[in-house]
Design a protein around this ligand. Structure first.
Ligand SMILES: [Zn+2]
Length: 160
């Protein structure tokens, strides 16, 4: 049974460390599989649209994303193509509670990753999904949306 994990909030320094790639050997381990499923449960429970492993205390390159078509689990996600077009939109973050601000991100991206079975996959995303993936990959590099945001305000917003 998957369990709900504690989400770290600022100024916890784990959120500021660069996370390590997951080896294919490690990816097959039960511990990491369980972590991924616990992250999915935690993301859904907290009404997040995305979650990155550092947010639950693990500095590894693993993110989960809640899309309208279901949940994605991405190990070692890497953006391979960015659209020239960028757009501003509002973001929030479960690790920065009660704060939101506008962040400029690429409108469309291509991203390669390994799924939970260790298969290499590619996704083309735009709009909110592209935004969520960029926000979560930033977490893996120790970057928080407040580092990039303008018009930072305190209120409820979407949680990434
Ligand atoms: Zn976040």
């Amino acid at each position: 049974m998957a369990k709900i994990l504690t989400i770290l909030t600022i100024p916890n320094q784990i959120l500021r460390k660069k996370s390590e790639d997951v080896s294919s050997k490690k990816l097959a381990e039960k511990k990491l599989q369980a972590l991924a499923l616990n992250m999915v449960k935690t993301m859904k429970e907290r009404d997040g649209v995305g979650l990155a492993a550092p947010q639950v205390g693990e500095n590894i390159r693993l993110i989960t994303v809640n899309t309208k078509d279901g949940v994605l689990i991405l190990f070692n996600p890497k953006i391979t193509k960015n659209s020239f077009a960028k757009e501003w939109a509002e973001e929030g973050c479960l690790s920065v509670p009660g704060v939101y601000g506008k962040v400029r991100r690429n409108k469309k991206i291509n991203c390669v990753y390994f799924n939970i079975s260790g298969e290499k996959k590619k996704i083309s995303a735009e709009g909110l999904l592209a935004r969520v993936i960029q926000h979560e990959i930033d977490h893996l590099d120790g970057i928080l949306f407040i580092d990039k945001a303008k018009d930072i305000q305190k209120a409820d917003s979407i949680n990434l």
